[in-house]
Write a protein that binds this ligand. Structure first.
Ligand code: AMP
Ligand code: ZN
Length: 468
């Protein structure tokens, strides 16, 4: 498999540190609001990459953090008059809901920055001991970029240019030795959350958290570190400097970065009004459509979001779901018995689409071409599945479609197509039936939903439900 490595600016053969295993870290969101559809892009594309690696037989250890201490969280908490942890806990819960609706698998571990402060203090201390960091008069700890000879290697920036660039915008009163030095630990301001440290009461710099969590949950050297392209500099560059200076070992062997999502060809911006949360899109569409839309492009390309493109994605996805529905119907009505020779040949011929799918994914996770291979399979199914065929043959075709769509994180089962709104409607109908003492109908609705993996619970406050 080939992966485009931002560090070398080339597609490289992927060779894992340990055969059959993948250690991967993906920078997660800062939780001060509902996630927006730009945040969803790295979640979806790297989740798809992970699913593909698991499909290939890799045992994947996938770590993705929540940044739960940050200026924006503190600001929001101040506006609401609550503790910062109230804001972050709320949006972590909401983010996990969105991830579930986007069919993004939970990470092996979702560490929280605030629970890893000890590790950050420890690494900061190591960097000071090794001369890679220094404590300024006010207790701020800075990384000494001039001491790390590879500084700039990921973003392909040159330290002198960086220093010259920074000099123009240097804030007076800063106590840095050099304008490109960055913060590892900073003193608290009035009313902010803080932790004790050997240098001052305060909190860690943002970059520190990913270095520490990656090391703790995956080890000093990992296979792949990923995130949006805006993180290349300074975030990932600074993570490399911290981690490699502390351990003396390479930090990550491959760096993957997704391109940006724009809206109507403009940068997403709240103030300009072109900004959508995942939740807002979820009110209009099954979020599978958003997932499918994102995977229809290459993850490194910029991607434009618009109402028309979402509608197009919806009808494309519908073609796949309709084919799956037809197959299910045919299969359920089909005669039993072993596949005929002709069917065996037909089924074997469909393998070409599975191969095409694999080739596309092996080429730097080219989901656009992988989706095209799924459409070829759908066309083949539409031409080669009919009421004359055996159950076994139809089931095998279904399994093939199901597997490939599963790698993309697209659910083709009928129950997955049942929107929350449809479920709520059925629940309302059941409640009405019970009121009218039509218990037969009420039970029928409950059983129907149960058959689709929806469990109802009658509570004093009303009916709650969950997918199982
Ligand atoms: P943040 O919460 O800003 O740290 O972002 C979390 C993740 O979302 C990072 O990997 C960002 O690079 C990514 N991200 C933010 N905005 C966009 C966007 N418009 N398009 C694609 N990725 C984005
Ligand atoms: Zn990070």
């Amino acid at each position: 498999m080939k992966i485009y490595n931002t560090m070398t600016r080339q597609k490289e053969e992927f060779v894992p540190l340990t055969e059959g295993k993948l250690l991967m870290y993906v920078c997660g969101p800062t939780v001060y609001n509902y996630i927006h559809i730009g945040n969803a892009r790295p979640m979806i594309v790297f989740d798809t990459f992970r699913r593909y690696m698991e499909y290939k037989g890799y045992e994947v250890n996938y770590v993705s953090n929540f940044t739960d201490v940050d200026d924006k969280i503190i600001q929001k908490a101040a506006q609401e008059g609550v503790d910062a942890s109230v804001v972050s806990a709320r949006y972590i819960t909401e983010c996990k809901k969105d991830m579930e609706d986007l069919n993004v698998m939970p990470a092996t571990v979702h560490p929280l920055a605030t629970e890893e402060i000890d590790g950050m203090i420890e690494m900061t201390g190591q960097l000071i001991d090794k001369g890679y960091a220094y404590v300024a008069e006010d207790g701020t700890v800075y990384f000494r970029t001039g001491k790390f000879k590879d500084y700039g290697k990921l973003s392909h920036k040159n330290l002198e240019d960086l220093q010259a660039g920074h000099r123009d915008i240097q804030v007076t009163g800063e106590l840095k030795e050099s304008p490109s030095d960055f913060v590892l630990w900073k003193p608290k301001k009035e009313g902010e959350p803080f932790w004790n440290s050997p240098w001052c009461e305060g909190r860690p710099g943002w970059h520190m958290e990913c270095s520490v969590m990656s090391k703790k949950y995956l080890g000093e050297t990992i296979d792949i570190h990923a995130g949006g392209e805006d993180l290349i500099f300074p975030h990932h560059e600074n993570e490399i400097a911290q981690s490699e200076a502390a351990s003396g070992r390479p930090f990550a062997r491959y760096w993957m970065h997704n391109g940006f999502l724009n809206i109507d060809n403009h940068k997403m911006s709240k103030s300009a009004g072109n900004f959508f949360t995942v939740r807002e899109i979820g009110e209009k569409y099954d979020l599978q459509v958003l997932r499918f839309f994102m995977l229809s492009a290459h993850y490194r390309s910029p991607l434009n979001f618009s109402a028309e493109l979402m509608e197009a994605a919806k009808s494309s996805l519908e073609r796949i779901l309709t084919a799956a529905d037809n197959l299910t119907r045919l299969r359920d009505a089909a005669r039993a018995g072993a596949m005929t020779d002709e069917e065996t040949k037909l089924y074997e011929a469909a393998d070409v689409f599975r191969q095409k799918f694999g080739q596309a994914m092996d080429d730097d996770c080219n989901t656009a071409d992988a989706v095209a291979a799924v459409f070829e399979l759908v066309k083949y199914i539409n031409l080669n599945a009919s009421a004359e065929h055996t159950k076994e043959y139809l089931q095998k075709l279904y399994d093939c479609l199901h597997t490939l769509c599963g790698v993309l994180g697209i659910r083709i089962e009928r129950e997955a197509q049942l929107l929350d709104a449809d479920i709520e409607k059925l629940i309302e109908e059941r409640t009405a039936a019970r009121k009218n003492k039509d218990f037969a109908r009420a039970d029928q609705i409950r059983d129907e939903l149960a058959g689709l993996g929806i469990l109802l619970k009658d509570t004093r406050e009303g009916v709650t439900w969950k997918r199982v």
